[in-house]
Design a protein around this ligand. Structure first.
Ligand code: MRU
Length: 356
């Protein structure tokens, strides 16, 4: 990780993940993101199954946050039924975000596997993720300024970013990945504006990104996913930036469903399309995005999201939760280790390393 050259940005909003108490008797407190922005409710996870459920139902979501939660879940396993069954079970909660498997693998390497040693490692994963977000923000803001040279003193037009889903503080241990340059720009007094895609069907952009950016005082404008093309066409956006759930060795990147069409449209309009993700999101064991497992979600998330039926009963559905953006559509991938540009196997390897 490179050194940051600025004061860390404080993590905005309610804490999404927190360990409460000691290693032997403590528990995991998670912000229940399913009820945001209307309610701020915390879940007390005192066993492995409650962490599994929280990941599965998206109470905790976002690739890095899933990994951190699973790491703490392993501590609960060591407290109760045993580490191995806990690690094995947690790995079945969601298939796409590789940070889940990365964090569990890190926990497996802890010796001795006492609750104390495991809790130290889970806390390290959590704090390192926060540091990675800060570094990503530094690299991202530098890159964005390079892509769009704009003399600071004379420029009053806000830097305008469009993002999809929530790759923010709620999705990580820190200030987010795609959101980190937004928070950093705000801290440095740069005018910044964000268009947030609402992100069908579970509305992470509307419920979470608009909530966290708005609460932090960042100028955020909510649009429906299908409006993004028109917003790009109207020339309102300088850069599109998203997170990722799993990035293959060649730079193909899986992210929330709806990201790929955004990348296609950004290319059509000659607007840079950036992916921001920590090294823990790379899966160097797979050559390209075709091998990324794509989670399929329940039909009800499309037909009766948030309790209101919006489709005929019995209608056939297909609900992939993620899509894969091919490397050739990605202008750059920003990691805590530096910027991958152009995006190809060689550059991924040189920035992230052959094994991570
Ligand atoms: O289904 P979700 O809400 O877990 O999907 C989250 C995303 O796709 C994020 O963009 C990704 O995990 C990156 S979070 C820094």
């Amino acid at each position: 990780m490179t050194d940051t050259h600025a004061e860390p940005v404080p993590i905005p909003g309610p804490r999404n993940i927190e360990w409460v108490g000691d290693a032997e008797t403590g528990f995991l407190r998670l912000l229940d993101q399913t009820v945001l922005p209307n309610q701020v409710v915390y879940l007390e996870c005192k066993d492995v199954q409650s962490v599994w459920d929280a990941i599965k139902r998206l109470s905790v979501r976002g690739a890095p946050a899933i990994g951190v939660a699973a790491a703490f879940g392993c501590v609960l396993g060591a407290q109760h039924g045993g580490f191995d069954p806990a690690a094995e079970h947690l790995a079945t909660s969601r298939p796409t975000a590789v940070n889940l498997f990365w964090a569990i693998d890190r926990m497996k390497r802890v010796t001795p596997r006492t609750p104390e040693a495991l809790l130290d490692e889970a806390k390290a994963i959590h704090t390192q993720d926060a540091a990675m977000c800060q570094c990503i923000g530094e690299h991202a803001l530098d890159l964005i300024q390079d892509l769009l040279p704009r003399p600071q003193a004379s420029n009053t037009k806000p830097l305008t970013l469009l993002t999809h889903c929530n790759a923010g503080a709620l999705a990580t241990g820190g200030i987010g990945t795609a959101t980190s340059p937004m928070y950093l720009a705000q801290q440095r007094g740069m005018p910044v504006r964000v268009f947030a895609d609402e992100t069908r069907p579970l509305l992470q952009g509307a419920r979470l990104t608009a909530f966290e950016l708005g609460a932090a005082g960042i100028d955020v404008t909510l649009i429906c996913d299908g409006m993004a093309g028109q917003v790009l066409r109207e020339g309102k956006v300088d850069v599109v930036i998203t997170g990722a759930d799993r990035i293959a060795a060649n730079g193909d990147a899986a992210n929330k469903i709806g990201t790929y069409p955004l990348a296609v449209m950004a290319r059509h309009h000659n607007i840079p399309f950036l992916v921001a993700a920590p090294s823990s999101t790379f899966d160097m064991s797979i050559a390209d995005g075709d091998a990324i497992p794509i989670e399929l979600r329940a039909a009800e998330e499309i037909t009766e999201g948030f309790g209101s039926r919006t489709a005929p009963s019995g209608v056939k559905t297909y609900s992939p939760a993620f899509d894969v953006t091919p490397a050739e559509l990605i202008t750059a991938i920003i990691t805590e280790r530096g910027v991958i540009r152009p995006v190809n196997t060689e550059q991924v390897r040189s920035v992230v390393g052959a094994t991570k």
